[in-house]
Design a protein around this ligand. Structure first.
Ligand SMILES: C[S@@+](CC[C@H](N)C(=O)[O-])C[C@H]1O[C@@H](n2cnc3c(N)ncnc32)[C@H](O)[C@@H]1O
Length: 269
């Protein structure tokens, strides 16, 4: 595995948020590898094939055995199934555009997607601005592998980490663009996931969150057996965020939340 040496400067321990150190070596291109160590709590994070793993044996929590089977199968056939489901929303291209066009992408920006799945959104962003630096986290090993395979195929550089969206392994205020598409409805702690996105975003960053509405969830629940009613988590966005909006997209099957972290740190406690 390899990671750009400077990436260590934006990483932190996902639990205690303190600095990490490399326990490994550098290869001939100067890329660093090896286990990461938290300098404070002493936790170790393995360097696996293509990414650092901040979760080890922990991972997705399922409501039952049935949901586990369906979601594991879904990860295997993610792209075709998703493209099929997006047909209900006006097609995959339109559905992604409805969300992704809200990002404020500018040259040299660093972009974080939480729950990047197979990495389709990197393909969408490719070429939208010069020298975009892509980062992503996902909780499922299968999606990490899937995404690595895709970005290699597409000639996209992205630094990927296996981590939980509610405990991001990044230091405060490191990203110019932070977004999430497609899993927050299932997060056990949505508030924390939103707070983490805000924490790692630079002041002035617009944050974008999208997922299915209850109308879509009711269709999908036929397979997963899950039955929680979906409420777009706009009320969990802290009151000091500015320009908060909630829109219904994807022909009623999706919602889109946008807001901006105040540019003036005095407004952000
Ligand atoms: C429906 S997919 C969407 C993937 C991608 N964002 C896209 O637009 O194609 C949701 C992704 O979120 C990931 N995920 C689910 N819960 C997560 C969590 N707590 N932390 C990080 N990723 C999570 C899943 O593994 C999956 O890859």
């Amino acid at each position: 595995m390899s990671m750009k040496p400077e990436t260590i400067d934006i990483l932190c321990c996902p639990q205690c948020k303190n600095d990490l150190a490399f326990a490994g070596t550098s290869d001939s291109s100067g890329n660093s590898g090896g286990t990461l160590l938290c300098r404070s709590c002493g936790k170790e994070f393995a360097d696996t094939e293509g990414y650092h793993d901040f979760l080890g044996d922990t991972g997705l929590k399922y409501s039952g055995k049935r949901e586990k089977i369906v979601r594991t199968l879904y990860a295997k056939v993610y792209t075709p199934v998703n493209n099929f489901l997006f047909l209900f929303c006006g097609g995959a291209g339109n559905a992604r555009r409805e969300v992704m066009s809200r990002l404020e992408l500018k040259d040299n920006y660093s972009v974080l997607e939480t729950g990047m799945g197979a990495g389709e959104n990197y393909l969408w962003m490719k070429g939208k601005a010069k020298n975009l630096r892509f980062y992503g986290i996902d909780i499922q090993k299968q999606m990490m592998e899937h995404c690595l395979e895709n970005i290699r195929k597409w000639g996209i550089q992205a630094e990927l980490f296996r981590a939980d969206a509610t405990d991001l392994p990044f230091k405060n205020e490191k990203f110019d663009v932070v977004f999430h598409l497609g899993a927050i409805n299932l997060f056990p702690d949505k508030r924390k996931a939103i707070e983490e996105m805000i924490r790692v975003a630079r002041p002035g960053t617009r944050i974008v969150i999208a997922d299915e509405t209850d109308k879509a969830a009711r269709l999908f629940n036929v397979f997963t057996g899950a039955n929680d009613k979906v409420t777009p988590p706009i009320d969990l966005v802290p009151g000091n965020m500015v320009n908060k909006t909630l829109e219904i997209i994807w022909r009623g099957y999706g919602y889109l939340i946008t807001f901006t972290k105040p540019a003036n740190p005095a407004n952000f406690k």
